[in-house]
Ligand binder design. Structure first.
Ligand code: DC
Length: 223
């Protein structure tokens, strides 16, 4: 039977790196769905578009070929065959991704693409609506979170390591603003699916979170 693992959670819950490690341990691919919204947000910014113009963003999304490949160094994300992996992690693109992800027709297109990919092979997906919408029948469903301060601290350290000069306060404000937008949008807001297992990683080490998730997957697999 197809193994699909679904992980949702807010900004900076450590989803991406934890998801990478869990997928590697399970020997399956990890699809970072946020990267697809980021690719669309980046393209809209590059074209100088008004992100509030829903019709224009939806038209852009419809005409755009977004694809991913899985390489030794992880997922690569492409827009019209251009590898944009290195361009989609800036704070500006984060906010743009969150804004374009509010539009129902954008979400429909992304969800359809993600479902197609997940049907092809065993896969772990992380995002905001995986447990609720993309894979409601996933083998294991997890909602991974941590307090806003812990999430901002982790993100701040990550950004610092990349040479960013943003302060902790700036990162915290950004985390809160993006949470607010992702949790309060009209279409498929971020929320914990009723049957998703809640994991609060605030007081846990990276390894502990990975082990906890692997345990949940194994339990569900044999349930
Ligand atoms: O996971 P991330 O930070 O890379 O996601 C960027 C934005 O994309 C996030 O703020 C909301 C949106 N997103 C979404 O709406 N649904 C998903 N499955 C993944 C991301």
């Amino acid at each position: 039977m197809r193994l699909n693992v679904a992980i949702d959670g807010p900004v900076g819950a450590g989803k991406s790196s934890v998801a990478d490690a869990v997928a590697a341990r399970l020997g399956i691919l990890h699809l970072d769905t946020g990267a697809m919204y980021r690719a669309l947000g980046l393209t809209a910014l590059r074209r100088g578009m008004d992100l509030q113009d829903e019709a224009a963003i939806v038209a852009l999304c419809r005409g755009l070929e977004i694809s991913v490949t899985h390489e030794k160094d992880g997922q690569h994300t492409f827009v019209e065959k251009e590898d944009v992996t290195g361009l989609i992690r800036t704070p500006e693109v984060s906010m743009a991704a969150s804004t374009v992800s509010r539009y129902a027709q954008v979400r429909q297109a992304m969800v359809a693409l993600q479902q197609r990919l997940a049907a092809e092979t065993d896969m772990l997906l992380d995002g905001r609506d995986i447990c609720t919408t993309v894979l409601p029948h996933a083998t294991a469903k997890i909602y991974l979170t941590a307090s806003p301060e812990v999430r901002a601290r982790r993100r701040f350290l990550e950004m610092q390591a990349k040479g960013s000069d943003e302060t902790y306060e700036q990162v915290l404000a950004e985390v809160i603003r993006r949470d607010e937008q992702d949790m309060n949008r009209a279409v498929e807001p971020l929320r914990r699916a009723e049957d998703a297992v809640l994991v609060d990683s605030s007081g846990m080490s990276f390894e502990e979170v990975v082990e906890t998730l692997l345990r949940i997957v194994e339990e569900r697999r044999h349930a």
